[in-house]
Design a binder for this molecule. Structure first.
Ligand SMILES: Cc1ncc(COP(=O)(O)O)c(C=O)c1O
Length: 391
């Protein structure tokens, strides 16, 4: 290993959203919100230090090197030829999605989405005055599968304006295959449904699973979809406000460009964001990301193995991507509504109740494993103690 993921800040005292301690406590492990505990790759520090050295924060265009880095990333990783015209940026993924929902649907329209879901996306759909249309995924032998019959039937019956795809999926950790993506695209194209594809969790995938951007699926996919992603979730640059929007379809892009013009986001993704994104997209952190993925995979596999070995009454599903466990606690004897509180009170672990991801999350919790090995082990020991006392 060339990078040390074991050493990091004590996030309890850095105003980290995930680690902020509840009133009167200082022992709680922050394992909720989806960011990472690790320092960024060295190239991020170098690139942002150079911005500091200049100490000038005037209005600026994005340099060619920024566009070239992003275009080369998609070429290297996916063999996808991205046209510079497709690219725009917005300070955050969620804001980009919410803007796209507002632009490409009307109040009262249905927006289709797989469930269990990531709550702020549903809030965005409803905030735009649209109606949330669920396409529940089906849990089969520890893996969530798409229900295509329901998918097509919902589209046929409710005629949604949009399908909001989340790939890799949060919270289930599924990475959709080419076959699944082709099928979703075909059905959407058949009924004239546009796709917004949220790919923010695309950087970390396991066990040889490969993320496929919606734009690498087919020409048809490029015609009907809007691709939204960010480099934040893999490189831990969430608070450098920068998400990317690709729109290949000229008519949709013109609509989008007119819509975003008034917001004047040109400089909202500031010089630090541009420098950091240019550095990581150019490949300077590829080796770092590979090592991080192995580190996280080790956290994932050791936890799953230990839970089984210790016969804990919970089942962590094996995520194919990102760093979020979706843990089945339906046989834990703990009331679904109280799961997060019980983990907090009895194990000092702060995580998310599955119910926050919709009714399909009843009896589940979501737990972030992008923590140091030491904290992962501590979480395991505390859970073991908690269940020993609970029986
Ligand atoms: C599926 C999904 N979309 C969007 C976001 C938020 O991204 P951003 O912080 O860039 O708004 C998250 C964060 O966890 C997420 O899981």
């Amino acid at each position: 290993m060339n990078y040390n993921f074991n050493e990091t800040l004590d996030h309890r005292f850095t105003e980290s959203m995930r680690w902020r301690q509840p009133e009167g406590r200082s022992d709680v492990l922050g394992m909720g919100t989806a960011d990472l505990d690790f320092c960024c790759p060295p190239c991020v520090k170098e690139a942002t230090l150079a911005v500091c050295e200049e100490n000038i924060f005037n209005y600026r265009y994005k340099p060619d090197s920024y566009y070239q880095a992003i275009i080369s990333w998609f070429d290297r990783k996916y063999g996808l030829a991205v046209n510079r015209e497709w690219i725009s940026s917005i300070p955050g993924t969620l804001s980009a999605i919410h803007m796209a929902v507002r632009l490409f649907s009307k109040p009262g329209n249905y927006v289709l989405m797989q469930t269990p879901y990531f709550t702020p996306l549903k809030a965005g759909i409803e905030g735009a005055g649209c109606r949330f249309l669920p396409n529940p995924m089906v849990l089969k032998e520890g893996r969530y599968e798409l229900d295509f019959e329901d998918f097509e039937e919902k589209i046929r019956q409710y005629r949604p304006s949009l399908f909001l795809l989340v790939n890799p999926q949060n919270p289930t950790g599924r990475v959709f295959t080419m076959e699944e993506l082709l099928r979703m695209v075909d059905i959407c194209a058949k009924y004239n449904v546009r796709i917004i594809s949220d790919e923010v969790h695309f950087l970390i995938t396991y066990d040889g699973k490969k993320h496929i951007p919606i734009y690498a699926v087919s020409e048809k996919a490029r015609e009907i979809s809007i691709l939204i992603f960010s480099y934040s979730k893999g490189f831990n640059i969430m608070s450098l406000p920068h998400a990317m929007v690709f729109i290949a379809n000229r008519a949709l892009r013109e609509q989008w460009d007119r819509f975003v013009y008034a917001f004047n986001f040109n400089y909202a993704s500031n010089s630090f964001c541009i420098a950091a994104v240019t550095a990581v997209a150019s490949g300077a952190a590829d080796a770092w990301l590979e090592e991080l993925t192995l580190y996280l995979q080790n956290n994932r596999d050791r936890f799953i193995h230990a839970v089984k070995e210790r016969s804990l009454p919970i089942v962590p599903l094996k995520p194919e991507a990102s760093f979020l466990f979706w843990i089945d606690c339906r046989h834990s004897g703990i009331e679904a509504e109280k799961l997060d509180q019980v983990f907090l009170d009895r194990a000092g672990i702060s995580l998310n109740n599955g119910l926050a991801h919709g009714e399909d999350g009843r009896g589940f919790v979501r737990m972030n494993f992008a923590v140091t090995e030491k904290n992962m082990q501590l979480a395991l020991e505390r859970m073991t103690g908690m269940f020993a006392k609970y029986e």
